[in-house]
Design a protein around this ligand. Sequence first.
Ligand code: FES
Length: 104
Amino acid sequence: PTLIVTTREGEERAVTGEAGLSVMEVIRDNGFDELLALCGGCCSCATCHVHVDPEFAAKLPPMSEDEDDLLDSASDRDATSRLSCQLQFTSALDGMRVRIAAED
Ligand code: FES
C-alpha cells in the first residue's frame, strides 16, 4: 500500500510500505528522519506525532488512553492527531495522507 507523507517543510512524497508495519516504521524506513520516534514504537515519547487525513479517520484503530495522554503533551495537537507508531499500516489505508506534526 501507498502512504503519502508531507514533511514539516510541506514537501509531499508518496512511499510504499509493507502492510503489517506501523505507519511510524513506514515513514522512518523511507528516510524521513524528522520523525524522531525516539521510543521506537512503545507509545511513550510522542515524537512520532502525525496529522492524519480525516477521510481515513474511521479506518484507524481507536486511540488508547496512553496515546491520548501523550498527545496532550504535544503543542500541535488537533482532531487529526495520532501517534504513528500506534497505527498499523494495512491495505485499507492505501493512499492515506499523513503530515508530520510540528516539533515540540
Ligand atoms: Fe514513541 Fe510513537 S515512537 S510514541
